[in-house]
Design a protein. Structure first.
Length: 69
């Protein structure tokens, strides 16, 4: 079974985006934690990380859609 180049590119872009998102959430959780919870700034940073992830995935999807494989 041969995997198409388009599928490989999609998986790689998705994996990189996911790893970056997880790293950002871990960074926020460790940097903005106090007494076992997030500070108000940590909550804002976490919402920002989620929003950035959505925008990055949107951009990646649009870019992939326009590629000619």
């Amino acid at each position: 079974m041969e995997i198409e180049r388009e599928a490989i590119v999609q998986v790689v872009i998705s994996a990189i985006s996911l790893v970056t998102f997880v790293a950002a959430t871990v960074y926020v959780a460790t940097s903005y934690s106090a007494d076992g919870g997030l500070t108000p700034q940590g909550g804002t940073a976490l919402v920002g990380a989620i929003g950035l992830f959505v925008i990055v995935m949107l951009g990646a999807g649009l870019w992939l859609e326009r590629q000619q494989f």
